[in-house]
Structure formats: structure tokens, C-alpha cells
Write a protein that binds this ligand. Sequence first.
Ligand code: ATP
Ligand code: MG
Length: 453
Amino acid sequence: MAVEAALAGSPMKTTYIGAVQSGEHDGEQVTLKGWVKRSRGNNNLRFIVMRDSTGTIQCVVKRNIVGDEAFTALSEALIESSLELVGEVKVDERAQGGHEIGVVSAAVIGGVNPERPFPITESAMAAADGGETEFLLDHRHLYLRTSRMTTMLQIRSSVFGAIHGYFRDLDFVEYQAPNFVAGAVEGGSTLFEVPYFGKKAYLTQSWQLYAEAAMPALERLYTIAPSFRAEKSRTRRHLTEFWHAEMELAWANNDEIMSHGEGVVRRIAKTLLDERSDELASLDRDLDLVARYADNPYPRMRYDEAVETLQGMGVDVEWGQDLDYSKEKVLTADFDVPHFLTHYPKVAKPFYHRVDPDDDAYVLCHDLLAPEGYGEIIGGGERTWSEEEILARIDEENVPREPYQFYIDTRAYGGVPHGGFGLGVDRVVSWLSGADHIREVIPFPRDSRRVTP
Ligand code: ATP
Ligand code: MG
């Protein structure tokens, strides 16, 4: 009571629609705050479906109870007007969610100008057919309020939580690298150049190289941070700014790194089943598939075997090529769980991948490929860790030494075997939610054609 008294007159909110719909307030009088989702009625009676971040509920407004002034204001409130109302919670089997509000008093808090009604109409959404038209992308700031986007953002939040939980449970330290850098991690073709006080800098493509510098200090480290890549072609799996979960682990080999990749992805699937089953079901996602990804081990296959399999299927692929999406798609079509591909040819990978001491045509690396045609979600492996080998690899690849001097130094002072991986968080959200396009799962997607809104 003391708390309620203290809150009287404050805009702070104490009751959410989700709690009302789950039966926590049956028979009580509650104050609800939210937005108009739908409204219909006549001169004396209105049915307003109110939404907030936790759900929707039908509110029944009668002129003879709320009075003329409030009734008129509510009747004129357009879709997405914000409201505050006091009402009685009634259990009603016929109502959506099983509850209804008998409104006692109400006020419009933030109205909508009738000359500019909310543009994201049901017909605009139907035209997009679950995908995203330019119109919806142009109005992304408003589209975020629709149930599909809200659901995606809730699922996304649980994925971030699961990643933090996985690494923190294992005593990994969260560590931040700079976003302005001097050298490439993933090759020059996707580098974003930025003017930097008369010099050139780049936006980081990965946290990895700077994490390796802290590896001798922290041994177990991870991050979730944006990475930037100037991806020219627009695909369903590439953004120019994406969220990258990366880890680096001292004294670890390729197999151990893969076990962590498998561990974190299975933890994400398990967390979604625990926290977001209703949301996944509302997107028509098959929960049995998500459970399969949570419960089963992920097989490991060498690159050579993958290439032979593809060649056997009549796919035009040569040994030595990195497998692009067209190949991954064919290969993963029959997978029932994600699979690791290991031991890529040295010629297909950048200098920091450690050469296999058993056969120097290969590097000790891995990609994790998701099923259902989603393809690569993780890239990782062991790092070249001795000073002698890193210098040889840098020279062999014709990479300039100068921007990487700090990286070379980390090997000169007590190098140790280590490795890590990068996981594309948006790609994982897209796969586990069953989205058609990576754009659907990030609030403001960035690609080669769009930096607005
Ligand atoms: P791809 O061949 O699909 O472009 P990559 O080999 O360039 O991927 P890595 O450099 O290994 O990817 O990056 C690690 C992970 O980051 C990838 O497995 C993927 O999940 C994610 N990722 C990479 N580039 C992008 C991007 N442009 N947009 C979204 N996620 C990405
Ligand atoms: Mg790439």
C-alpha cells in the first residue's frame, strides 16, 4: 500500500496485460497503460483492444460508466494512441486470452493526429506476406511495434541472454575490443574505410585479433559486439553491421573450441524452448526442430569429405575453394542438426589459422553449418601461435607486417596454443526463429542500400 501511495500520480506502470491474462488479477480493479490496437463500437459502447509489451486485452467502455468526456476521447482515439485506464478484470472464456476489462475510467495520454494515421495497416502487412517490403523498411521505426517484430525482438533478447549465460557460467570474462582498427581480419574486400583525422582507419570486422592480445591475461574471454563488413551483394544472410559473439580460449585445440561452439548453440536452443516457446509457436516455428538442436550432438566432418559429397551430388566444386552459400545450401539440405566442417585447405583461409602439423595443406579450423538451408553460423579454429610461424604465414600471404605488429608481439612473449570462434548472432536468431531473411530479426537492418531510418 505504501508503494502504491508513493506511486499515485506518477507515470510509472505497475500492472502489465500479460499478468492480467495469466490470471494474477482476476476480480481486481487494475490500472492499465498501453496503446490502442483495434477499436470498434457505437455511440454508447466501445470495444478497445489494448496492447502493451506483454500482450493484448479487450476493454469494454460504456458511456454511462466513464462519462461523456472520457467516452468521446476514447472513441476518437486512433490506432496507436496511448491510453491509461482503470477497470475491473473479468474472466470471460469467449474473450481472447480469457479475460476482459470493464472500464471504470480512462484517459488518452498521447493521441494520434487524424491527418496522419498509423501507416502500418493490416493491408500493408498482408502485402508484405510475412516478408518485408520497402514500405515496411522505410517505416521500420513504427513497424517495430507490430506483433511479429515484437516477437522477434523478444526471441533475440533471449538469444543474447543465453550466450552471456553460457560463457559466464564457465567463468569467461567479457572483454571489449576497439571498433576503429588499422588492419583487416577477414580480408580487404569487405573493409569499411573511415577518414580518421587525416589518416585512414577501418571499422572492425571482428574482435578476434585484439582478444588474442588479452588472451595471456584473461585466458578465457568472450564478447557480443557489432562487426562491420562492406558486403556488396545483398543476401538473406549478410548485413553490413551484424552482432558477433566471439570467444577466445588459451591452451585449447580445435576440438575443444568446437565443443564450446556446440555448447553455446545448444544452450541458445534450450533457452528459447524454456523462455520463448509461445513466441516461437506464434511464428509457426516447429518446436520439435528446436528441441532437436538443443538435445543432440553436432557431427564433425572434414572439408575433403564435404567436397566429395558435393561432387557426388553433381555440384561443381573444386578442392581448395572456400565453400560459399550455394554449396553450403546443398550440403545442409539433408542435415538434421548443425554439422561442423573441419580442416579447410590452407589456401582458402587467412594467415591467422594454424597450419595442421600433420599435413601442411590444411588448417585446424571449423565452420558450423546450420540445417534447413541456413548454412554457416560459426567460423573458428586454432590460431597460428608461434612467432616464427605467424611471420612465415604473413609473408606467404603477402600481408603487410606493419598493421599487425601488435599481433606478432603477442607471440614473441610467451605464445601458447589457443583458439576461438565467431558466431553470427543475427544468423542464429534468423535460423532458430525460422525467419526468411536476416533483416527480420534485427531492429534497424543495415545493408549496401540502406542506412535509414
Ligand atoms: P560468410 O562466408 O557467410 O560471409 P564468413 O566466413 O565471412 O561468412 P566469418 O568471418 O567466419 O564469416 O565470421 C563468423 C560468423 O559471423 C559467421 O559464421 C557468420 O555467422 C557471421 N557473419 C559473418 N559475416 C556476416 C554478415 N555480413 N552478416 C551477418 N553475419 C555474418
Ligand atoms: Mg563473409
